[in-house]
Design a protein. Structure first.
Ligand SMILES: Cc1cc2nc3c(=O)[nH]c(=O)nc-3n(C[C@H](O)[C@H](O)[C@H](O)COP(=O)(O)OP(=O)(O)OC[C@H]3O[C@@H](n4cnc5c(N)ncnc54)[C@H](O)[C@@H]3O)c2cc1C
Length: 255
C-alpha cells in the first residue's frame, strides 16, 4: 500500500485494528510502498515497488480506485460539461449544464456508493416530475452518507470523523465503547472492535460515528439516522434498545 495505514480515508483507530487483524492472520503489510511494476513468471507474480521492495505470490489483486467511463456516451455532441477527470458537472439537483440531461451515480463525481446512486436517481425523478416544488425538498447531503467496508472485521462510518474534526480545529466530543464490554458480543464470543460516536460538546448533536467489528455495516444505520435527523446523543441514550444486542454499545457510547 502506498500510504502509511490501510484505508487511509478511515478512522486511524479502526484502520489500526484491521491492520492488527491482518498481521495476526499472517498478512504482510508493506507500508508506504508504491507499486510500479508487476511481473509474471510461471504460476507466480512479483510486485516491484518504487523504493526497491518486492512482494511475491500466486496472484496480484489491484484495488486502486476507478475512473469515469464518460467518453463513449456521445456527450461530445451535446453541451454537457464534463470536468477534466471525466465526471459530468451537475448542480444540486443532479442536472447537467443541459437542463434536460441529468447524471446519477458514479458519473456525477459525488460519492461512489450504490445507496447514493439509487437515491440520486430518485431525486432526479422527483425533480423531473416537479415534486420538489411547493413542499420541503431535501437535497442529498453527501456528508451524511453511511458507508462500510466488508473486511473482517467490518468497518463502517458516517458523518464527521474524529481526525477530520481535529484537522479543522472543530471542537467535538468523542465517546468510544469496546465490544469487549457488550453482553451480546461476549455471548457471540466475538468481542473485537468498538463503536465511536462523535458529537457536538455544546449541543449534544450527533455529528458522526465509526464502528469496527461484527455487523458494523448494520449498526451504523442508527448513527446515520441520528446524523441525518439531527438527533442528539441523549435521543440515542434514552432509547430503549433490546437486551442483549450489539447496538447497546451505541446506547453506552451516547451516555
Ligand atoms: C468492487 C466494488 C465493490 C463495491 N462495493 C460497494 C458496496 O459494498 N456498497 C456500495 O454502496 N457501493 C459499492 N461499490 C460502488 C458501487 O458499485 C457504485 O457506486 C455503483 O454501482 C454506481 O452505480 P452507477 O449506476 O453509477 O454505475 P454502474 O453500477 O457501474 O452502472 C453503470 C451501467 O451503465 C452501463 N453503461 C456504461 N456505458 C454505457 C453506454 N455507453 N451505454 C449504455 N450503458 C452503459 C454499464 O454497463 C453499467 O451497467 C462497489 C464498487 C466496486 C467496483
Amino acid at each position: 500500500m502506498s500510504r502509511q495505514q490501510v484505508l487511509p480515508q478511515k478512522d486511524p483507530e479502526a484502520a489500526a485494528l484491521l491492520e492488527q487483524n491482518f498481521l495476526d492472520r499472517g498478512v504482510q503489510l508493506l507500508k508506504g510502498a508504491r507499486a510500479t511494476e508487476i511481473t509474471r513468471s510461471g504460476k507466480s507474480v512479483e510486485v516491484f515497488c518504487s523504493d526497491g521492495r518486492t512482494a511475491k505470490g500466486t496472484h496480484a489483486l489491484l484495488a486502486i480506485g476507478s475512473e469515469p467511463n464518460s467518453q463513449e456516451l456521445g456527450l461530445a455532441n451535446t453541451e454537457v460539461v464534463v470536468d477534466e477527470s471525466g465526471y459530468i458537472e451537475v448542480d444540486h439537483n443532479l442536472r447537467s449544464s443541459v437542463p434536460n440531461i441529468y447524471a446519477a451515480g458514479d458519473l456525477s463525481g459525488k460519492l461512489p456508493l450504490s445507496s447514493v446512486a439509487s437515491m440520486q436517481g430518485r431525486k432526479i425523478a422527483e425533480h423531473i416530475m416537479g415534486l420538489h416544488e411547493g413542499r420541503e425538498h431535501r437535497h442529498l447531503d453527501y456528508d451524511k452518507a453511511a458507508s462500510a467496508i466488508f473486511t473482517e472485521p467490518e468497518i463502517a462510518d458516517v458523518g464527521l470523523a474524529e481526525a477530520e474534526a481535529f484537522a479543522t480545529g472543530r471542537k467535538i466530543r468523542v465517546t468510544k465503547v469496546p465490544f469487549s464490554s457488550n453482553a451480546k458480543a461476549l455471548i457471540n464470543n466475538d468481542p473485537l472492535g468498538f463503536v465511536k460516536i462523535v458529537s457536538d460538546p455544546n449541543t449534544g448533536h450527533v455529528l458522526g460515528g465509526s464502528i469496527v467489528g461484527q455487523h458494523a455495516a448494520e449498526l451504523i444505520s442508527v448513527v446515520a439516522l441520528a446524523v441525518s435527523a439531527n438527533l442528539k446523543v441523549q435521543d440515542i441514550h434514552e432509547s430503549l434498545f433490546v437486551y442483549p444486542t450489539l447496538s447497546e454499545a451505541l446506547l453506552e457510547a451516547a451516555e
